[in-house]
Write a protein that binds this ligand. Structure first.
Ligand SMILES: C[S@@+](CC[C@H](N)C(=O)[O-])C[C@H]1O[C@@H](n2cnc3c(N)ncnc32)[C@H](O)[C@@H]1O
Length: 203
């Protein structure tokens, strides 16, 4: 086994070891400060987004401080697309508000009411969409919005294993039309994100 493979095998062995987390630069949630995702999550998001270079319509459900928004918004800008983030409250940090880019849109709206948000539905049914599902109720968000993605669009759900797991995914009526991507990468990176792509339809 070459040294690169040895590292991979080691990383696969113990997914929760604090040494492994240190090695990957993963900061524990409580030490994480103003960003709602960990380093492993960012590495995973980088991986999924770079493997799907046509994605340029970024939608975040749950803005909070807006640091993750800046990361996704910057990618949208670089790719010539747009970024939209939804939250029922505007608690973006002042520094985030000052850095907000012209391609970034913040929508203050309760998106978990019985009737889905028309704005979110319109956005997620566009081509090349990436949804980051990180709001107050993952199952409800997936049920209301992710099924509306069109082929080749992607959604990533956060807090996998804590708030949501594979048994919950059937909340999406058309879940069979999606394929999970990069599951092993998520595990190796200790990420609590998981990703799905909408399958292409065969005519
Ligand atoms: C986990 S935080 C988002 C973290 C953010 N994505 C990040 O990476 O830093 C969840 C956010 O969802 C928002 N939220 C909860 N329920 C909501 C609702 N019904 N409609 C809109 N936003 C909601 C909360 O206000 C909170 O800011």
């Amino acid at each position: 086994m070459d040294s690169k493979n040895e590292i991979c095998e080691y990383l696969k062995k113990d997914l929760t070891s604090k040494y492994k987390r240190k090695l990957l630069g993963i900061i524990d949630e409580e030490q994480n400060g103003d960003i709602g995702v960990g380093c492993g999550d960012i590495l995973f998001l980088n991986h999924v987004i770079s493997e799907n270079p046509s994605l340029n319509n970024f939608v975040e459900l749950g803005t909070w401080t807006g640091v993750t928004s800046m990361y996704l918004g910057m990618i949208a800008r670089i790719r010539g697309g747009e970024f939209h983030s939804f939250d029922k409250v505007d608690v973006r940090m002042e520094s985030v508000k000052n850095s907000w880019l012209p391609e970034m849109y913040f929508h203050q709206e309760d998106i978990l009411r019985k009737k889905p948000s028309k704005k979110v539905l319109d956005l997620v049914s566009k081509e090349n969409t990436f949804i980051f599902v990180d709001n107050g109720d993952k199952i409800k968000e997936i049920t209301l919005y992710c099924g509306n993605l069109i082929p080749k669009s992607v959604f990533v759900v956060h807090d996998w294993g804590d708030e949501i797991n594979i048994e919950n995914m059937n909340c999406m009526k058309n879940f069979v039309e999606f394929s999970q991507i990069n599951e092993e990468t998520a595990q190796i990176l200790c990420s609590s994100c998981r990703a799905w792509i909408k399958n292409e339809t065969i005519s």
